[in-house]
Ligand binder design. Structure first.
Ligand SMILES: *Cc1c(COP(=O)(O)O)cnc(C)c1O
Length: 396
C-alpha cells in the first residue's frame, strides 16, 4: 500500500486525482485545432503565475535543469562573465552548468543555510565598471537547505550601480507555492518546472523570458537547437511546437492552472505558509535546528532539518521508507548524513502534513532519537487548529 502515502520530498510532489484524470487521454493529433486551443491559453495564463505582463512564457519538454540550460544558452556566449552565489546544492549545480558551457563564472561562496547575499552581489557589480558581467544568477528557493532569498534586494543592488546584466532566477521550487514577481523584481529569466508547485509529473521546463532577454537571443552564440527560444517562440505564435509537444502534460498544466486560480494564488501562498509553520513548530518541539539560519530565510515549501549529533540522516530517511513507506528528502551535498528534508509543497493539506510528522517521529523513535512520540505532531496540531479557527472566524 506504499502508493497510498503522500511523498514528503520537495519534488516531484503529490499529483492530485484531478490532474491525473486530466492527463489520462488518448493520443490527439498535435496539429489538429484542439491542441492549438490548449497551448495558447496555457502560455497566456502562466503569466499570471509568474506575475508578468511584459514577459513571454516558453516551455520545453524537459526537467527544470533543461530550463536552466535553455536560459543560459539562448542569452549568453562562451567566455561571458556570470556572477552567482553558491549556498546549496542547486546553486552549485547551476554553477557547474555554466562552467560546462565555458562561461567565465565568478562565484560568491556563502555558508549553506544563508540566502543570496544582495550586498555582496552589489559590491561586485559596482566594481565592474566595464560591465563585463553579463548575467547575475540567483536561486530563489534553495531546495537543499530550505532557504528563500530576497530577489527584490538583488535587483535593487543591480539598479544601485545601474548595471545592465540580465537577472536569472531559479524559481523551480517556489513558483506557484510562494510569491514570485517577475516584473516587479525585474527578473529577465525565471526558470521553473512542472513537478513542484504545479503538482504535475516531471517533464516540462517552464521559463519566463523578459523582452531584454529575448533581444539577447539575437547575439548569444552558445550552441542550442532543441532549446532554441527563437524556434519555440515562432512555433508558439501559431499555437504549435517545433517538434512533437508533450500533450498529456500540457493538458495537465491547463487543469493545474485552473486549480491554482480557483483556490486563488494568495490563498495558495497562505496555505503553504501555514503548512510550513506547522512543520517549523514541530521541529522546535523536537529541539532540532533548521538549516535556514534565520526566520526571514525560511522557505515555505521545504524544511531542511539537522539531526542531532551522532545520528545519520540517511539512516533515518531509509528507515522511514523501509518501515512506513514514507519518503522524505535526503541531505544533499554538505548536508548529506546531517540533515533530512520535509517537502511541504504542492497538493498538501494539514492532515497530510500531520501524517508526515507522525511517520518521521515513529522512524526517529525506532532509531532512539531523543524525542517524545507525538511532541512535534502536537505542536503542529495546536498551530493548525489555531490558525484554522482564525480563518473560520474571518470567513464568518
Ligand atoms: C527541483 C529543482 C531544480 C530542477 O531540477 P530537475 O530535477 O532538473 O527538475 C532546479 N532548482 C531547484 C531549486 C530545484 O528545487
Amino acid at each position: 500500500m506504499a502508493g497510498q502515502n503522500p511523498v514528503f520530498i520537495p519534488g516531484p510532489t503529490n499529483i492530485p486525482d484531478r490532474l491525473r484524470q486530466a492527463m489520462n487521454v488518448q493520443t490527439m493529433d498535435h496539429r489538429a485545432p484542439d491542441f492549438v486551443e490548449v497551448l495558447a491559453p496555457v502560455l497566456e495564463d502562466l503569466k499570471r503565475v509568474f506575475k508578468t505582463s511584459d514577459g513571454t512564457i516558453i516551455t520545453f519538454p524537459s526537467s527544470g535543469t533543461g530550463g536552466w540550460e535553455a536560459a543560459i544558452t539562448n542569452t549568453l556566449s562562451p567566455g561571458d562573465k556570470v556572477l552567482v552565489a553558491r549556498f546549496g546544492m542547486f546553486s552549485h549545480r547551476w554553477i557547474d552548468l555554466c562552467q560546462r558551457h565555458n562561461l567565465d563564472v565568478e562565484v560568491i561562496e556563502c555558508a549553506w543555510g544563508n540566502g543570496a547575499p544582495a550586498d555582496l552581489y552589489g559590491e561586485r557589480l559596482a566594481a565592474d565598471r566595464d560591465h563585463e558581467i553579463k548575467a547575475v544568477l540567483v536561486t530563489h528557493n534553495e531546495t537543499a537547505t530550505g532557504v528563500r532569498s530576497n530577489i527584490s534586494a538583488v535587483r535593487q543592488a543591480m539598479d544601485a550601480s545601474d548595471h545592465p546584466a540580465l537577472l536569472y532566477v531559479d524559481c523551480v521550487s517556489s513558483l506557484a507555492s510562494m510569491d514570485f514577481r517577475m516584473d516587479d523584481w525585474g527578473v529577465d529569466l525565471a526558470v521553473s518546472g512542472s513537478q513542484k508547485g504545479f503538482m504535475l509529473n516531471t517533464g516540462m521546463a517552464i521559463i519566463g523570458v523578459s523582452r531584454k532577454a529575448l533581444a539577447a537571443c539575437e547575439t548569444a552564440t552558445c550552441p542550442r537547437c532543441f532549446f532554441d527560444f527563437r524556434d519555440m517562440g515562432a512555433a508558439n505564435a501559431n499555437g504549435s511546437f517545433p517538434y512533437t509537444p508533450p500533450l498529456q502534460i500540457s493538458l495537465g498544466l491547463r487543469e493545474s492552472l485552473n486549480m491554482l486560480f480557483e483556490e486563488g494564488l494568495d490563498e495558495v501562498f497562505a496555505r503553504h505558509f501555514r503548512l510550513a509553520e506547522g512543520i517549523r513548530y514541530a521541529v522546535k518541539a523536537w529541539g532540532f535546528q533548521l538549516c535556514a539560519k534565520s526566520p526571514e530565510l525560511y522557505s515555505d515549501t521545504v524544511s531542511a532539518i539537522y539531526v542531532p549529533q551522532g545520528f545519520d540522516s540517511n539512516i533515518l530517511t531509509n528507515h522511514a521508507y523501509d518501515a512506513y513507506q514514507v519518503s522524505f528528502g535526503i541531505g544533499l551535498g554538505e548536508m548529506a548524513g546531517k540533515a533530512f528534508r520535509i517537502g511541504h509543497l504542492g497538493s498538501l493539506t494539514d492532515v497530510m502534513a500531520l501524517s508526515g510528522l507522525s511517520a518521521i517521529e515513529m522512524a526517529m523513535k525506532d532509531l532512539d532519537y531523543p524525542i517524545e512520540l507525538g511532541s512535534g505532531v502536537a505542536a503542529a496540531q495546536e498551530y493548525y487548529r489555531h490558525s484554522t479557527r482564525i480563518a473560520l472566524s474571518k470567513a464568518a
